[in-house]
Every structure is written in C-alpha cells, then in structure tokens.
Design a protein around this ligand. Structure first.
Ligand code: PMV
Length: 318
C-alpha cells in the first residue's frame, strides 16, 4: 500500500491574467488530498466514499460529496491510471478540499495519485516529472486553457510566482481566512469568458491584465517584509479588477464586503476562476474569529488556512 498527499492552493494575486502570461502569485495551503493505492489482482477500483469535506462547518447531510463530485474526482484518477497503464489496483481518495471551489482540489488529487503510483510501481518520477505529467493530465480532463499554477503548487508547495515560467519564492507563511460561497464554479467557462472579453476589448482588458501583473509583483516584498496593511490594499485593488473582468458574483462580493466591513479584514478578494467558489481575506486587528463570524453572517462557509505549506509527499503507514 502506498499513500501520497498533496496540498490545495489559493491564488493570492493574478488569476485570469496568468492565462495570458502575466505574473501571478499562489501559495499552497494546509488542506490536503490524500490518495492511497493498493494491489487488487484482477480489478481496477476507485473508491471515493472517503472523499468528504472535513473541517468545514457544513452539516453532515451536505458534507458528503454528491455523486457528481465523486464522478468528477474519478475522472482524474482514471486519466492517471490510463497514463501509466496501471491495472490490478485499488485507489482511495480522501480529501479535505471542497471541489470546484478554486482551491486546487483536482490538481491535488492528480498530483497525489501520480506520486502514489510512481512510488507503488517503482517508476521513480522526479518532482518535475510529477508536475509536468499532472499538468498535462489535468488539462486533458478539463479540456481547457489554463496555467500550471494548481499542479505546480500541489507538487512543489510553498509559494510560486508564475508567468511564462514557474519560480519558487521563499516567503513567510500567511494566515488567511477563506470564505466559501457554496456555489461551485466552472473554471473553463470563466476562463473562456475573460479570454473572449479580451478578444473583443483588447485595449481595455490588456491594461487590466498588466495592472494585475504589477500587483502580483508588488505583493512579493510586502509578504517578505510582513506588511499586511499594504498587502490588504492590493487585494482590494485586485478584487476590483476581477469585478471589472466580470468574474465576481453577488455571493463573492457579499463575502468580500462582509470581510472588509464587519470582519475588519485588511483586504479581501475572490480567489481562483470566480463565478462562485471562494474568496480570501487577510485578518486585521479584530482578528480571525471576528472575520469568520462576519463571513458566516454573510452566508459563507469560513475556514482558516496557512499559506506556503509543503508540496506532495509520501505518507507513512496509516
Ligand atoms: O478556479 P481555479 O482554482 O482552477 O483557478 C483558475 C485560475 C485561472 O487563472 C482563472 C485559470 C488558470 O488556469 O490559471
């Protein structure tokens, strides 16, 4: 039996602009997907009943993954098994990341599965190979445009600056609060929407992308020097630009305003493709608890995350 786990991620700055090669900044978070593979002669079995949202204050009836969500995860695992021609195996997924929420759940599942199979079958894949294969497989299943942000963060962990290439950054951890709208989002259609807007209004959208890229770059020294007040301001500006691109939603905006209003956050923005999914907020002097209360009052599901966490790893005997 072999188990590997990989982290989810938040995009701190630069979603959508990164699809056009503009700089983005993301961090791996302390919520992980775990994939266990075991020999099962004569069969290929993918078990997803352990795929539940744990650690969230959802009630248990909605806590269990729906069959759609389980089917979604199964498609990624099938792609990994096909890639390596693996048979006679059982694969179990156990994830504490909500799916289709912009927290990199599919990438974490793919990366953990590739790493577990590499170890189990003695393939000896390097991290670079795990990242590249996982990116290719994730894109194949999603059939869309997209940056390697999620699969790279699930593989390498920490913080990554992504533009045309991927650069690891050594930055201190940040405590953030994520607010989940409970609305699933569709990355492919949000990306297509923005790319279409760019085609029609290049003269308007290109400067927005460039401004987003400038924010991603300015944020790096602010995280390094631990300047949360200015970092929060940049989050607010980035959120405004994402609103201009048409990828926010009423639910996301309500959580953002609740965070910076009653929640006393220093800044807040949607994270990921938008249209639903999650926002992130940087706690202010009122603290994490006040922020979580405000997000809950605005009908979100809040949870604390740390950024800059470890990438894919093999787990010991469980
Ligand atoms: O929704 P997510 O977590 O898959 O984030 C998508 C981020 C985009 O920049 C919109 C697309 C991408 O592949 O980078």
């Amino acid at each position: 039996m072999t188990t590997a786990s990989a982290p989810g991620k938040i995009i701190l700055f630069g979603e959508h602009a990164v699809v056009s090669g503009v700089t983005a900044l993301g961090g791996a978070i302390d919520l992980r997907a775990k994939v266990t593979v075991r020999d099962l002669p004569g069969s290929v079995l993918i078990k997803t009943e352990e795929l539940v949202l744990r650690g969230f204050s959802l009630d248990l009836t909605t806590d269990r993954l729906t069959s759609t969500q389980a089917a979604h995860a199964t498609r990624y695992i099938s792609a990994v098994l096909r890639e390596f021609g693996v048979k006679d195996i059982q694969v179990c997924i156990d994830s504490s990341l909500p799916q289709a929420a912009g927290l990199g759940s599919s990438a974490a599942i793919v990366v953990a599965a590739v790493a577990a199979i590499s170890q189990h079958c003695g393939l000896g894949l390097s991290r670079k190979e795990i990242a590249e294969i996982s990116y290719r497989l994730e894109k194949k299943v999603q059939q869309g445009l997209g940056s390697p942000m999620d699969t790279a963060l699930a593989t390498y962990g920490g913080y990554l600056q992504i533009s045309r290439d991927i650069q690891p950054l050594d930055l201190p951890p940040l405590e953030m609060v994520v607010g989940y709208t409970k609305m699933p989002h569709d990355t492919k259609s949000e990306v297509e929407k923005v790319q279409d807007l760019k085609k029609r209004y290049f003269d308007l959208v290109d400067p927005i992308f460039l401004a987003i890229g400038a924010i991603s770059k300015r944020a790096v020294p602010l995280i390094r020097e631990q300047n949360p007040a200015e970092l929060g301001q940049l989050m607010n500006v980035n959120h405004g630009l994402l609103v201009a691109l048409g990828v926010s939603s009423r639910e996301l905006d309500e959580l953002v305003y609740a965070a910076i209003g009653a929640g006393g956050a220093l800044g807040a923005k949607l994270t990921g493709a938008g249209g639903g999914g999650c926002m992130i907020a940087l706690p202010g002097t009122a603290g994490v608890d006040a922020l979580m209360v405000a997000l809950r009052q605005a009908r979100g599901v809040p949870f604390k995350v740390m950024t800059g966490c470890e990438g894919v790893r093999l787990e010991g005997d469980l």
